[in-house]
Design a protein around this ligand. Structure first.
Ligand code: HEM
Length: 370
């Protein structure tokens, strides 16, 4: 079956083997009524559970609700299967300024600092809450977000959204490593679902970390990273491999043979260490960062062209971690200062969200908080 179970200790869509497609949306809350907002979360939860089972949003659905009624489902997923749809909700820092929630705001949930070379577009950043939809069929992901946004009218409004087509990370050893738009295998050294103790250490929030309502949840960091495709496409293979620190064909670390060989940062080749001092994998590695790791779950995107003859393409980077301030921030600081990749990328959007734990029977999205 292609159904990913909705309920459980953790939300689906985090360590779930990464699906091929994504529709990510950030909302702003447009109501002052806590009651209305909680009612929406309850309604969304019921809808989400139906959607991930490949069912229409409500009884009646697209065509059986009576011809003089507005259909309760928009209909474009009729006849499509569940397609491994997962729906994952997260709450942004600004949400806690509302509804008297300030005392429940986790210390780790703060707008990210400005990193060197950030060129953030406020229209693609932030948001009071987010929903990440991932599925193996793009129409299923888009249908889910469209219907959730539709019933949210009057309570939330879409702030920004992003489509992604092609996962850039494997999150399970059962998956082959996909490639990003620079043509390199991406996700080789990622945390994997098969290593639960590493996930407990690095992804899932523990009850005594800070706010108890977040126990079993995780923090989501989203970065829209534009890739300067045209510059990259004019560089030699040798330079591309120096920048990443791995071979483009096999994905093996430079100086090694196979994709999953260990990275060797010390051994010298004829031109110094095999892996350059400014190579992306060196700077991002837990060896360089005193053990820091996170779960990457990003997607490629191409949003047409930018009006100047360049593709508006890149990586919609998504990371899940137990604490963005001690994991994502030091990693991105190291990268933003020294990474050879910086010549070919630019961070243009940024957001951080607290994803609550999974919903048990009779609970709703965020019920541990409200
Ligand atoms: C590894 C590409 C942005 C964190 C890699 C690898 C590639 C890559 C090809 C090697 C394969 C692998 O182990 O997954 C890119 C590109 C980026 C980008 C093209 C931007 C467009 C980022 C960002 C972060 C990050 C923003 C985090 C702040 C990592 C980590 C690794 C990695 C932790 C594994 C390092 C290790 O070997 O331990 N990336 N990456 N990457 N990247 Fe990125």
């Amino acid at each position: 079956s292609d159904v990913v179970e909705f309920r459980g200790d953790h939300q689906a869509g985090i360590v779930t083997p990464a699906q091929d497609r994504m529709h990510f949306v950030a909302f702003d809350i447009t109501t002052d009524s806590r009651e209305d907002f909680v009612a929406l979360l309850k309604k969304w939860t019921l809808m989400a559970e139906r959607l991930v089972h490949g069912e229409e949003t409500f009884d009646g659905g697209a065509v059986d609700g009576g011809e003089y009624n507005v259909p309760s489902d928009t209909g474009e997923a009729l006849g499509l299967t569940a397609s491994s749809l997962t729906l994952t909700i997260g709450f942004g820092p600004s949400m806690f300024d509302r509804f008297d929630l300030a005392s429940k705001k986790p210390a780790s949930l703060a707008d990210l600092q400005h990193f060197p070379a950030d060129n953030l577009d406020p229209r693609r950043s932030g948001g009071d809450l987010c929903i990440q939809a991932c599925a193996d069929d793009p129409q299923v992901a888009v249908h889910a977000i469209r219907n959730l946004a539709r019933v949210g009218f009057g309570t939330v409004s879409v702030k920004w959204s992003q489509l992604g087509f092609g996962r850039t990370s494997s999150t399970s050893t059962t998956q082959a490593t996909p490639r990003n738009l620079f043509g390199f295998k991406d996700g080789t050294a990622n945390l994997k679902a098969e290593d639960p103790s590493l996930l407990d250490d690095n992804v899932w929030v523990a009850a005594d970390d800070d706010q108890e309502w977040m126990a079993g949840g995780s923090y989501l960091v989203a970065r829209r990273i534009r890739m300067l495709i045209e510059s990259w496409d004019r560089t030699t293979l040798k330079e591309q491999e120096r920048v990443i620190g791995r071979s483009k064909g096999t994905g093996a670390p430079l100086g090694q043979k196979d994709e999953f060989d260990a990275l060797d940062f010390e051994s010298q080749g004829p031109e110094g260490t095999f892996i350059d001092k400014t190579a992306h994998v060196r700077l991002a590695s837990n060896e360089n960062l005193g053990g820091v790791q996170l779960l990457r779950r990003g997607y490629n995107f191409t949003d047409g062209s930018d009006g100047f003859g360049h593709l508006d393409a890149g990586l919609f980077f998504i990371a899940y971690c137990r604490d963005p301030l001690t994991q994502f921030v030091p990693m991105q600081l190291a990268l933003s200062r020294k990474d050879a990749l910086n010549e070919y990328i630019q961070h243009v959007g940024s957001a951080v969200f607290a994803c609550p734990p999974g919903v048990e029977e009779s609970e709703y999205w965020g019920s541990t908080l409200f």
